[in-house]
Design a protein around this ligand. Structure first.
Ligand SMILES: Cc1cc2nc3c(=O)[nH]c(=O)nc-3n(C[C@H](O)[C@H](O)[C@H](O)COP(=O)(O)OP(=O)(O)OC[C@H]3O[C@@H](n4cnc5c(N)ncnc54)[C@H](O)[C@@H]3O)c2cc1C
Length: 385
């Protein structure tokens, strides 16, 4: 397996970086202060076709692989931007692509590719179940040609900026199924003007457009069901490797931004008559974090290449997400330390990126559960839950 990028991939990397760099630190800082969505940036990225990288050409996308999608997200964060505003579409639409009917694919994917429809919302987490997904309580009950949805979701991002949402709900109560993973179903719902559906924005540590959702007898068409009723958990699991690889790429981009920022600042800031970066107390944490980023990059690239080759990539995708999130966090701390007090000043952007990078140790899956996965599924150790 070669880890070198092709000429096309290098050109893609440079083009995404260049587009993203046009959105200045002030642009991101201002949105962060107001907790507003980067509408102009996401629209331009969509128009350029980057967010449709994984949509096959027959449905209007670029038909590229996971490695290209990973490069796109990495370069957004590497440039100083925040790919969290638009990363989810890349892994959500995989569920529609793999398990949706031909009619659903034809109806939605071309419009998602052009940006006519936005699918950036993914409703899984609930207040009473958290990481224990199979315990979620939102119910979708079939009534004729509709499902009636009742329940609550927590921390669901980009709902107000999306036309469509992928929803995971129970269609059979957990006490009536043989396995707890049975009886969950996935729906692709049109949330524009949906009655019985309330969105309450949550102000989070970073600018993430996150919400609490309430379904009160919300009626959705029966044909919004993806695949078979009751099989939704396995459909969501199928998309997890893509999610892990892409989120790892967000973290790698963050990590590279922190390293470059820390190197530049500590090489020119003179204190006690020499650049602070000459001191090993400043230099070594930066060098160490850089090595961790490079190592995580290898794992991310291996995972993406296995994914693109249609081979099992679960262990590598999970390890990449863990390693990249931890490496980015080490880089964030080395960078903020190197900046002294300026690391905490908004105009240096370090504190904003610091807040953004921290998320990936916790979400979309927390690193404890990745370690549990590796312990139990990769190493065959006893289950903790
Ligand atoms: C900014 C943000 C955006 C988000 N966007 C979305 C979204 O768009 N869609 C969506 O569905 N969800 C979203 N989430 C939710 C996110 O995926 C959850 O926060 C996450 O899955 C954990 O659920 P929880 O917060 O209820 O934590 P809990 O499940 O209550 O866990 C709390 C902590 O306990 C620890 N823990 C729990 N169980 C174990 C165990 N068995 N072993 C070891 N440690 C354990 C973990 O360290 C964890 O961090 C978002 C979250 C945030 C913060």
């Amino acid at each position: 397996m070669t880890f070198a990028l092709t000429d096309e991939q290098r050109a893609l990397k440079a083009a995404v970086y260049e587009l993203s760099k046009q959105y200045s630190p002030e642009y991101w800082r201002d949105l962060d202060a107001k907790r507003e969505y980067p509408e102009a940036f996401v629209s331009e990225l969509t128009k350029a076709g980057y967010l449709a990288a994984l949509i096959p050409q027959e449905y209007g996308g670029a038909g590229l692989g996971m490695i290209e999608a990973a490069i796109i997200l990495e370069e957004i964060n590497h440039s100083g931007g925040n790919a969290a505003a638009c990363h989810a579409q890349m892994y959500i639409m995989g569920t529609v692509l793999r398990h949706g009917s031909e009619a659903q694919k034809k109806q939605y994917l071309p419009k998602i590719a052009t940006g006519e429809l936005r699918l950036q919302a993914f409703g899984v987490t609930e207040p009473n179940s958290g990481s224990d997904t199979t315990k979620l309580q939102t119910m979708a009950v079939r009534k004729g040609d509709r499902y009636v949805v009742n329940g609550q979701k927590m921390f669901i991002s980009r709902v107000l900026q999306s036309d469509l949402m992928l929803l995971l709900a129970r269609t059979t109560p957990v006490d009536q199924v043989r396995k707890k993973t049975d009886g969950l179903s996935v729906f692709l719902i049109d949330i524009r003007g949906l009655k019985g559906f309330e969105v309450r924005p949550l102000r989070m540590m970073m600018n993430h457009s996150t919400n609490a959702l309430f379904f009160d007898n919300a009626e959705i068409p029966a044909d919004s069901l993806i695949g078979q009723e009751g099989k939704g958990f396995s459909y969501i699991l199928d998309g997890m490797n893509a999610e892990r690889i892409l989120v790892a790429s967000d973290s790698l981009g963050d990590g590279r931004w922190f390293i470059e920022k820390a190197v530049a600042y500590s090489s020119q800031r003179v204190i006690f008559g020499k650049p602070i970066g000459a001191n090993q107390g400043v230099q070594f944490p930066i060098a160490k974090a850089h090595m961790a980023i490079e190592a995580a990059d290898l794992m991310r690239t291996k995972a993406a290449k296995l994914f693109d080759a249609g081979q099992p990539s679960g262990p590598e995708a999970n390890m990449a997400k863990y390693l990249a999130a931890e490496a980015a966090w080490d880089a964030a701390n080395a960078c903020i330390d190197a900046h002294g007090g300026y690391g905490f000043a908004e105009e240096y952007d370090v504190e904003r990126k610091f807040r953004e990078a921290r998320l990936y140790k916790t979400a979309p899956i927390n690193n404890n559960l990745i370690m549990a996965y590796v312990g139990e599924h990769v190493l065959g150790m006893p289950r903790s839950y």
